[in-house]
Write a protein that binds this ligand. Structure first.
Ligand code: ZN
Length: 212
């Protein structure tokens, strides 16, 4: 049986700054070799000379920076007013890269939750989504992981709903080359799964009224 390795899961663990620097040098060297193997005169082409450095920096500092950083610290607040409706945030922009082709995934996340004891600052929802997205991913796993993180943080919540709509450049620019398609995934828990409750319907209405 294959080991259950999650998409984009790094084997590196926690790295010191020095170790990250070593990784960066190594990645840069190998990306230069990769371009050379593809037949580009990377050592002399003035536009490509610095490309290995730029691409490595882009992956490590931006697109896949979540690989090298722990989940952002999330402060929670007591649900002092006992608010029992849905807390909703939509249009949370995410940029990731697919594990299969290393092509960008660009989309929006919509989150709804019904608080138990705690609520979290709205911008923290963005931070969690962006941290989860900033590694090589599959949209399915991204959805599950964002949901999992929220379940952990929102103590005794009554339900958490995550909905992602994203475009995958690997579908748009290669293979079937269908640039109008997008993918939708969702993960629901608690009252959002209760058929007797209107929470799911209300959440989807919120998503639809917001949808970009
Ligand atoms: Zn792909």
């Amino acid at each position: 049986m294959e080991k259950n390795i999650l998409s984009g899961q790094s084997f590196l663990g926690k790295l010191t700054d020095e170790e990250i620097e070593k990784r960066r040098d190594s990645a840069e060297y190998h990306f230069r070799e990769f371009l050379y193997a593809l037949g580009y005169d990377v050592h002399n082409d003035p536009n490509m000379k610095e490309t290995p450095r730029r691409v490595t920096k882009m992956y490590m500092k931006e697109l896949f920076s979540g690989t090298y950083q722990p989940c952002p610290k999330i402060t929670t607040f007591p649900n002092s007013g006992n608010y029992s409706g849905i807390v909703f945030e939509g249009g949370i922009k995410i940029i990731s890269g697919c594990s299969h082709h290393f092509m960008p995934i660009i989309g929006y996340v919509y989150i709804g939750y019904i608080a138990g004891d705690t609520i979290i600052g709205l911008s923290k929802l963005n931070r969690i989504c962006q941290w989860v997205a900033s590694r090589p991913s599959l949209q399915e796993e991204m959805t599950t992981k964002i949901h999992e993180e929220l379940e952990k943080i929102l103590q005794n919540n009554k339900g958490v709903a995550v909905y992602i709509k994203a475009s995958h450049l690997c579908v748009q620019a290669r293979g079937v080359k269908d640039y109008d398609t997008s993918m939708i995934t969702s993960k629901l828990s608690g009252v959002f799964l209760d058929k007797e409750d209107t929470a799911k319907e209300e959440f989807l209405q919120m998503v639809n009224s917001f949808k970009k």
